[in-house]
Design a protein around this ligand. Structure first.
Ligand SMILES: [Zn+2]
Length: 477
């Protein structure tokens, strides 16, 4: 395989992807906070990383893909209070729903989903080390990471902390040394925390609480991910991904924690961030009620339509989702499938003479893989597929079988690299029979009878086209 370049948020440049000597390339992606069903914004991020991992693996890269699941968080606790549920049970339920959505979308590349609640021991271990190294301190409300002790805080998101500070006016803990300091552990309200023992958790006023050497409580969001990645990957690894909105403070905090623990100059080699998803030019928000849940989308369109919609936009650019765009993408996806259906007919019936198209297939593969190796340019890679279709289409019926086979194989293979699954539609036996009967009538110039059979085929949900290789039947859309 050739060299693969990817944009690193920290350096602000395209960098050659670091491949470790021996052992797999370690890839961590921030998973969802499971308090509700996932929407198409989540789908965008996880489809991009799924396609990215599939691409790397297609290039022979041995890779371990780890995704955390935030199942302990303020948002979950708040939602559970409203719904009068146990927050851990709500999170477990929503985690299962998330997995169902990912399965429907064909996201299959994740090796390990790690739930924060299963890493309490590791989280506490990191916090104890941070306290003993004087990177963290204890107040009445919790344990905080002291941001001023870490001089590189803000470098990933290119922020000046002195400019950020005034934004932190609402101060939940007056004992914090600096408003920017973030919680790694949160104590429950009241004095009940002193009574917690055992491995827990117990619920105190709707909050899950675990016993801990520095006081019973629950973890902050940022430390959950650092503990999960340290346990699975160690304190330095190759690749970290997440949505653009996680750069600050979440990923700054991850860097600060991991480097404070390791004492090293670097945490991960490459940071990948995916762009926002807008709906009709507006940010999805609760108050606007414009969330489109994944399963809602899938009621109207095939999962491949969302995958194509996401991948026809560069992963770092914002994506403006509109009804029109999903409709157009549906048509594009159908056109690829229909083309492959036609290729199948040529594979069976074969054209008489043929131009050698081998060069076009080689061109497709070169354009496709070069685009992906250059900062995962999926729009360009997908354009190479449509270009091939456009070039081959006019000569399709005259292709010899062997060439049709090669073209079909090449297209399926590149589409498979990005995670598209292709299934030829089932043409009913009845429609096929009508088409054969109609062909005989047509040859005998019995056009009225032939036309009535065409109408019958239409009424079965198919359209019929007379091609130089005989009738081509395809589902009506
Ligand atoms: Zn994270």
């Amino acid at each position: 395989m050739g060299k693969i370049y990817i944009y690193d948020t920290l350096s602000g440049k395209k960098e050659m992807l670091a491949k470790p000597k021996g052992g797999p390339l370690r890839f961590f992606v921030c998973g969802p906070t499971v308090y509700d069903l996932s929407h198409i914004g989540h789908a965008r991020t996880y489809l991009i990383f799924d396609a990215w991992v599939r691409f790397l693996r297609s290039q022979g890269i041995n890779l371990t893909y780890l995704q955390n699941i935030t199942d302990i968080d303020d948002k979950i606790i708040e939602r559970a209070k409203v719904e009068r549920k146990n927050p851990l049970k709500l999170a477990t339920l929503m985690y299962k729903e998330y997995l169902k959505d990912m399965k429907s979308l064909g996201v299959e590349s994740v090796d390990n989903y790690a739930l924060a609640s299963k890493y309490i021991k590791e989280i506490q271990g990191e916090i104890s080390r941070l306290i003993s190294k004087s990177f963290a301190y204890i107040t009445k409300r919790g344990v905080y990471f002291e941001v001023s002790k870490f001089s590189d805080y803000g470098k990933l998101s290119k922020q000046n902390l002195n400019e950020l500070r005034p934004g932190y006016r609402i101060e939940p803990d007056p004992d914090k040394k600096d408003p920017m300091d973030f919680a790694v552990w949160k104590f429950p309200k009241g004095e009940l925390k002193n009574q917690v023992s055992g491995s827990g958790p117990i619920l105190i006023e709707g909050e899950p609480v675990w016993a801990a050497p520095f006081g019973a409580g629950r973890p902050g969001w940022h430390i959950e991910d650092t503990a999960i990645s340290e346990k699975n990957f160690g304190l330095t690894y190759e690749l970290h991904g997440g949505g653009m909105d996680l750069k600050f403070p979440h990923h700054e905090a991850e860097i600060a924690q991991a480097r404070a623990l390791s004492g090293k100059k670097s945490f991960v080699k490459t940071w990948m961030h995916t762009g926002f998803l807008l709906v009709e030019n507006t940010k999805m928000s609760k108050s606007l009620g414009n969330f489109i849940m994944i399963r809602e989308f899938l009621k109207r369109y095939a999962p491949e339509v969302l995958r194509l919609l996401v991948l026809t936009q560069h992963y770092r650019s914002p994506l403006n989702y509109t009804d029109k765009l999903s409709w157009e993408t549906k048509r594009s996806w159908e056109s690829i499938n229909e083309f492959l259906g036609r290729v199948e007919l040529v594979k069976k019936k074969g054209g008489k003479s043929g131009k050698h198209l081998k060069a076009k297939v080689i061109n497709l593969e070169k354009r496709f893989f070069d685009a992906l190796a250059d900062d995962f340019n999926t729009p360009k890679a997908i354009a190479s597929i449509f270009l091939l279709i456009k070039e081959v289409q006019p000569k399709l019926w005259s292709l010899p079988r062997k060439e049709a086979e090669e073209i079909g194989k090449a297209l399926k293979s590149v589409l498979g690299v990005l995670g598209f699954s292709l299934k030829l539609p089932v043409i009913s036996a009845k429609a096929t029979k009508f088409a054969l009967d109609r062909e005989k009538l047509r040859v005998n110039q019995q056009f009225i009878q032939a036309d009535s059979l065409r109408k019958k085929i239409n009424s079965l949900g198919f359209h019929l086209e007379d091609t130089p290789l005989g009738p081509f039947i395809w589902p009506k859309t």
